[in-house]
Design a protein around this ligand. Structure first.
Ligand code: CA
Length: 241
């Protein structure tokens, strides 16, 4: 059973999406606001999210995406009303996996959903990452439990600040991908244009120190790629624990 959360405030579109998902064998949940969406995320095991951008209430789709990303690695597909929004989705690096432009046909929605779920499954197998929400992220001896904001390395709990946690969790969710200091700064420090990207270096160093203290040896997964940025290194062959 594949549970799909639809976040959409226009009942007509929400119903259309729900009908297509049901017709294709998925189990849809519908939320009209960010609050409702987060409530469903906490209550249900959601395997994919279809996310509208313009939403009533506190969170728009962009900020909601960030919050959902802290809870799960399930694929997120933005449903955008304007093509400009698609550019924003691509540019922000919010952790969204895909987008479709409204109005779209149900068959297109299902095709995107299928592709994203398949990619996600492949990544889970290949990278040896288990992404169940309850268990958190598991990469070899590293465990990240986003709900509890807890990090264990080799069974030893590591006490991280909020930003250190977010930085580690972001890098670990995107194994072997290189991110520049600027990208990481945008990602973790909420796109604040005033801040300093050197903050990232400081936090990376602290993170490495803390992980090193926990294991008693240098933590080598967080790599510096000279002139480019940082990446979280995972061996292709590393298997699920
Ligand atoms: Ca809307």
């Amino acid at each position: 059973m594949t549970n799909v959360l639809i976040v959409e405030d226009e009942p007509k579109i929400a119903n259309m999406e729900r009908d297509f998902l049901e017709g294709s064998g998925y189990t849809p949940f519908v939320a009209g606001t960010g609050e409702e969406a987060l409530e469903i995320m906490r209550r249900e095991k959601i395997d994919a999210i279809i996310l509208d951008i313009m939403l009533p209430g506190e969170d728009d789709g962009f900020s909601l995406c960030r919050k959902i990303r802290e809870m799960t690695d399930a694929p997120i597909i933005f449903a955008t009303a304007r093509t400009e929004d698609a550019d924003i989705v691509r540019g922000l690096g919010l952790g969204a996996d895909d987008y479709i432009v409204k109005p779209f046909r149900g068959t297109v929605l299902i095709a995107h959903l299928k592709a994203q779920l398949a990619t996600h499954q492949r990544l889970l197998g290949k990278e040896g990452i288990s992404a169940q929400t309850e268990k958190g992220l598991q990469i070899a001896d590293l465990t990240i439990r986003p709900k509890a904001r807890q990090v264990l390395v080799g069974g030893v709990s590591v006490n991280l600040t909020g930003k250190e946690f977010e930085l580690l969790y972001f890098l670990a969710r995107h194994p072997n991908e290189v991110y520049s200091k600027e990208q990481l700064f945008q990602q973790i420090w909420s796109f604040d244009p005033i801040g300093e990207s050197s903050t990232v270096t400081v936090h990376i160093n602290r993170l490495r120190d803390k992980l090193k203290n926990a294991t008693g040896k240098p933590y080598e997964r967080i790599e510096t790629v000279w002139g480019a940025g940082y990446r979280f290194h995972v061996e292709e062959k590393e298997n699920k624990q």
